[in-house]
Design a protein around this ligand. Structure first.
Ligand SMILES: [Zn+2]
Length: 269
C-alpha cells in the first residue's frame, strides 16, 4: 500500500508558506512564516501525520506554534512542537479538542471514502492529548528576526480566537474568525451582534491587509468576504430568517449573503 501524502505546501512569498492538511472533504490550512532567527507555525491542523517533518523540510530554525484558537482542527498537532502559544481564554477547550476520540471523529466525518488514507491517519495521528503553552493576547508582537507578527484578538467563534498580521507583507492570518462560513453558534461563541461590532472595529485592518488567509483554504479570501460578512450579520440582526441546519458541531441556523454563509444561534443574537 503506498503512503498517502497528507500535506501539501504552497509558497506565498520568500518567507511564507501555506501548508494544507488534506482531509478530502475538508482542508485545514496552516501558515509557516520564516524570519531570520525563528519561524512561526500558525496552527497545526488536526495532527493527522508528521507535520513537524514537513516543517523541518522548509526551515532549520526553531519553530514557535501560534494557535489561532484551541479547536481540534487547529491545535491537534500542537504536541509535536516544543514552543506553543495559545490565548488563555480558550484553555477550557483543551480536554475536548485534544481528545483522540474527538479528533478521530472529525477525521472520519471528513475522510468518508478513502479507507487507505483513513487507515494511515489512524496509525499516524498524534496521540498526545495535551500540551504546555504560554498565553498570548491582543497586541503581542512576535519577533521572528526581520519579520514581526502582530497578535489581534477576535473573540467570536471562540472566546480566545486570535489573528496574526504580517505588516511588512500585509498578510493577515485569520483562523476561523474571518472566513466565508463562520461558525458563531457554538455554546461559547459570542452573541452575533458582538461579532459584528468586532468585525466593524477591525475594518481598517481588514481593509489594509492585501491578503487574508483563513484556516480552511489554500487561497487568499475573495475581497467580498469581509463586506458580505458585515451585510450578512446586519440582515440576520434585522430579522432575516435563516434556515435551520445540522452540522458536525451541532444544530444551527444558516443565512447566506453574497459569497458568505453565517452559521448562528437565533437565541443568541
Ligand atoms: Zn474553529
Amino acid at each position: 500500500m503506498s503512503k498517502v501524502n497528507l500535506y501539501q505546501v504552497h509558497q506565498v512569498n520568500d518567507y511564507t508558506y501555506i501548508i494544507a492538511e488534506d482531509l478530502d472533504h475538508q482542508v485545514d490550512t496552516m501558515a509557516l512564516v520564516i524570519g531570520k532567527k525563528k519561524a512561526a507555525l500558525i496552527d497545526t491542523g488536526a495532527g493527522i501525520g508528521n507535520l513537524r517533518e514537513v516543517v523541518e523540510e522548509l526551515t532549520d530554525l526553531p519553530v514557535m506554534v501560534l494557535t489561532t484558537h484551541l479547536h481540534t482542527d487547529h491545535a491537534g498537532g500542537n504536541p509535536l512542537f516544543d514552543e506553543i502559544y495559545v490565548n488563555e481564554r480558550d484553555a477550557f477547550l483543551m480536554p475536548e479538542s485534544m481528545g483522540l476520540d474527538f479528533r478521530m471523529r472529525y477525521v472520519r466525518a471528513c475522510v468518508t471514502d478513502n479507507p487507505d488514507k483513513l487507515n494511515q491517519i489512524e496509525k499516524g495521528i498524534n496521540r498526545v492529548t495535551s500540551f504546555d503553552y504560554q498565553s498570548i493576547d491582543d497586541g503581542d508582537i512576535i519577533d521572528l528576526g526581520g519579520i514581526t507578527l502582530r497578535t489581534i484578538a477576535f473573540p467570536g467563534h471562540t472566546p480566545g480566537s486570535l489573528m496574526f498580521y504580517d505588516e511588512s507583507s500585509r498578510i493577515l492570518f485569520s483562523g476561523d474568525s474571518v472566513n466565508p462560513s463562520p461558525w458563531l453558534f457554538l455554546e461559547y461563541s459570542v452573541p452575533l451582534h458582538e461579532y459584528l461590532d468586532k468585525l466593524r472595529q477591525l475594518k481598517p485592518l481588514l481593509a489594509e491587509a492585501g491578503r487574508i488567509y483563513c484556516g480552511h483554504g489554500v487561497d487568499a479570501l475573495e475581497d467580498e468576504v469581509v463586506p458580505d460578512l458585515e451585510e450578512c450579520c446586519l440582515e440576520i440582526l434585522g430579522g432575516a430568517a435563516g434556515k435551520p441546519t445540522r452540522t458536525v458541531g451541532g444544530d444551527a441556523c444558516k443565512y447566506r449573503h453574497g459569497c458568505v454563509t453565517v452559521f448562528y444561534n437565533p437565541e443568541k443574537l
